[in-house]
Design a protein. Structure first.
Length: 160
């Protein structure tokens, strides 16, 4: 009976942690990874990985500063009341990012994309708060072309 009660307590504790969105896992002897689905705060491995995947898919072949800018737009959206307030919510918002629908998001990001994601998560925003970006040579979306341009980095226009 004592083992049952301890097991029940531990199970309820773990369910409480995971239902609140937090689960601490030890990956190896030297690194704890906090897995969460919440607003941007302290960068976590899963946040870096997901942003790096989108940066690699959206900004492959772009200058490094453009890769950081793509990551910054993702973070700006999380912080904006106009968009979902979670990383997953922003990335998987319907029709928000073409790499989700065409599958390129699921490719392994390169080191440059990973570094750019870290830099964006650490607060570097070369766009000054842009919420959108697009390549005007590849997009004929009227909404995107109607947005005021904040800046151009490589092939991408960054807008509000």
């Amino acid at each position: 009976m004592k083992q049952f009660i301890i097991g029940l307590f531990v199970g309820l504790f773990i369910i409480g942690l995971t239902s609140s969105g937090f689960l601490l896992l030890q990956v190896d002897d030297s690194q704890d990874v906090l897995l969460t689905q919440g607003a941007v705060g302290e960068p976590r491995y899963d946040d870096i990985w997901m942003i790096a995947r989108m940066v690699a898919a959206e900004a492959r072949g772009e200058p490094y500063l453009g890769q950081v800018a793509v990551g910054a737009v993702i973070i700006n959206r999380i912080l904006s009341p106009q968009f979902p307030d979670t990383l997953r919510g922003v990335l998987f918002q319907r029709n928000a990012f073409q790499p989700i629908s065409n599958g390129s998001f699921y490719m392994t990001p390169n080191e440059s994309a990973r570094r750019a994601a870290m830099e964006a998560l650490n607060g570097h925003d070369p766009t000054g708060g842009a919420l959108f970006f697009f390549n005007p040579r590849q997009s004929n979306d009227r909404f995107m072309h109607s947005r005021p341009t904040k800046m151009v980095i490589g092939s991408h226009r960054f807008t509000y």
